[in-house]
Design a protein around this ligand. Structure first.
Ligand SMILES: [Zn+2]
Length: 319
């Protein structure tokens, strides 16, 4: 039994990882992910999201994805939209994206090189190249982190401040990619923006949101010489205000974690993506890459909201 202590909440779960693995295995062997791939995903572009994946897991996962899908770059998809050539993209096109810019992303270089797999990494422009930390990695339990995401930005920062974290604080060790590593990866990786410090944008004041969206682009362009035109909304959270701010800042595309597949008509600032747990096994990977998991979760969330909120974090779309 897992017991996860939150801020005043003791959270109990009888569902452990082994049981969840069985659920994914069963779902995979129903053949549903296969049917989804062959029917729904065949003429669409599927986008996946990873975070801090280790090289061994990465190699296994990317090898499986290569077998089942055709991996293309984000730019190939954008070019097909802009040049009206969407139909000439390979069937079951799949794009791999990685959010945050964790330092371990550098270890993926040999794999990207070996398999010639294009990826886009979305960087927190104020954290890469420094010893500043991601706020959600600051020694807090998962439930507290989830609770903080719901607070107004200033309250979240005040809370973190009490626990020794500020956005500007330089720690002894780094969590994100260094400037040299980014430079070194440029040949294999497309880098885009994931704001400066990864706030929950809709919880920010307009001024804060504008700074995060606009300045991150500027930093990546001026300090890292990156052509920055895509924004990945931190935590997948955005609203009409964020879309407007992104457009004003000069972005051409915005990436969410809304469930679904992309085609030439998908709103360019609401591109859809499925989150994959970094250490998923093959069953979980294929179930999640097909979108089946998100549709099941969304169904439970809509029709059984109380059950959904009581589900262990492993069931969340972020796990
Ligand atoms: Zn992120």
């Amino acid at each position: 039994m897992n017991i996860i202590e939150g801020t005043g909440v003791i959270y109990k779960s009888v569902i452990d990882m082994d049981n969840v693995k069985i659920i994914f295995k069963l779902l995979r062997y129903t053949g549903t992910p296969f049917l989804i791939r062959e029917i729904l995903q065949r003429k669409k572009v599927t986008m996946l999201l990873f975070h801090d994946i280790d090289p061994i897991k990465c190699e296994n996962q990317f090898k499986v994805l290569r077998k089942k899908y055709n991996i293309i770059s984000l730019k190939e998809y954008f070019d097909s939209r802009e040049n009206n050539t969407f139909k000439s993209l390979p069937s079951k096109s799949l794009i791999i994206t990685i959010d945050d810019g964790n330092k371990n992303n550098y270890l993926l270089k040999p794999i990207l090189k070996k398999y010639n797999i294009p990826v886009t990494i979305f960087l927190c422009a104020g954290i890469v190249g420094t010893n500043k930390h991601f706020w959600f990695s600051h020694n807090l339990n998962k439930r507290t982190i989830e609770e903080l995401k719901n607070l107004p930005n200033s309250q979240r920062l005040n809370f973190l401040n009490k626990y020794g974290y500020t956005e500007e604080k330089e720690f002894c060790s780094r969590q994100a990619l260094s400037k040299d590593e980014i430079e070194n990866l440029k040949e294999f990786v497309d880098f885009q923006s994931h704001t400066i410090y990864h706030p929950i944008l809709p919880k920010c004041t307009e001024k804060e949101a504008q700074k995060e969206i606009t300045l991150s682009k500027k930093i990546l362009e001026e300090k890292y010489h990156l052509e920055t035109y895509v924004l990945s909304y931190p935590n997948g959270d955005y609203g009409e205000r964020e879309i407007l701010l992104a457009k004003k800042a000069g972005y051409k595309y915005g990436i969410t974690v809304d469930a679904g597949y992309n085609d030439p008509k998908t709103d360019p600032f609401k591109l859809k993506r499925f989150n994959i747990r970094d250490d998923s096994d093959v069953d979980e990977l294929l179930v999640k890459a097909s979108g089946l998991w998100r549709y099941i979760m969304n169904f439970i969330k809509t029709h059984f909201p109380q059950m959904y909120t009581k589900m262990p974090p492993i069931f969340s779309i972020w796990r």
